[in-house]
Design a protein around this ligand. Structure first.
Ligand code: SIN
Ligand code: FE2
Length: 206
């Protein structure tokens, strides 16, 4: 896990290629355990559109969208039960990746789990529903590769694209905490199912 290759794009945006590769099987087992109890679902957003990405959460809080807006909730609205606890492997990886990206002391209370089937994508947005933007975002890619678009703080700032592969981690925080970003549809790989998972670790609460 703790290999040292990294690429800094702008201050506060660090790509850690393959950082999660050695933990891949444990992460997949964690995803299975979480989704058994809190299945992924395609959430509705204000305006009535249904997201193409299917999502769930683990941790003390979970990100949810519905017709009324976006928020963090301690309960899964499907079950009215607390979200499953964050598996220890998830926590360890998130802490280590944040530190490798230059953000020591990261203690996530949310892991948003995104499942991208063929054609699913996430359009340009910022992660701004959290309480305190001094904490970074740690984003882990698993499975099929996909294009990840990195924008700036302003919606119209220039963008650049990278391809995130299985096990890649990207961390953004500090001056880049509120950048725009987007994720494209998973790309086909020979002999493998077209399916991408993304784990986004955040500290959402106080
Ligand atoms: C996100 O912005 O929440 C997910 C990004 C990704 O899938 O890489
Ligand atoms: Fe995001």
């Amino acid at each position: 896990m703790l290999q040292s290759t990294q690429e800094t794009f702008d201050p506060g945006i660090v790509l850690l290629p393959g950082f999660a590769l050695s933990e891949r099987d444990a992460l997949r087992a964690g995803i299975e355990a979480v989704t058994d109890r809190a299945p992924v679902r395609r959430m509705q957003v204000p305006g009535g559109h249904t997201m193409s990405v299917a999502m769930t959460n683990c941790g003390a809080l979970g990100w949810v969208a519905d017709a009324h807006g976006y928020r963090y909730s301690a309960l899964d609205p499907l079950s009215d039960l607390p979200w499953p606890a964050m598996p220890e492997t998830f926590l360890r990886l998130a802490r280590a990746a944040a530190a490798a990206g230059g953000f020591d002391g990261f203690e996530p209370d949310v892991c948003l789990i995104n499942r991208y089937e063929p054609g699913a994508r996430l359009s340009m947005h910022r992660d701004v529903d959290e309480h305190d933007f001094s904490h970074p975002i740690v984003s882990v890619s698993l499975g099929s590769p996909a294009r990840f678009v990195i924008g700036g703080l302003a919606r119209r700032d220039p963008t650049r694209a990278v391809v995130l592969h299985d096990g890649d981690v990207i961390v953004w925080g500090g001056p880049a905490r509120r950048i725009h970003h987007a994720a494209g549809s998973p790309r086909r790989r020979a002999g493998q199912p077209t399916l991408r998972w993304n784990l986004t670790f955040r500290r959402a609460g106080p």
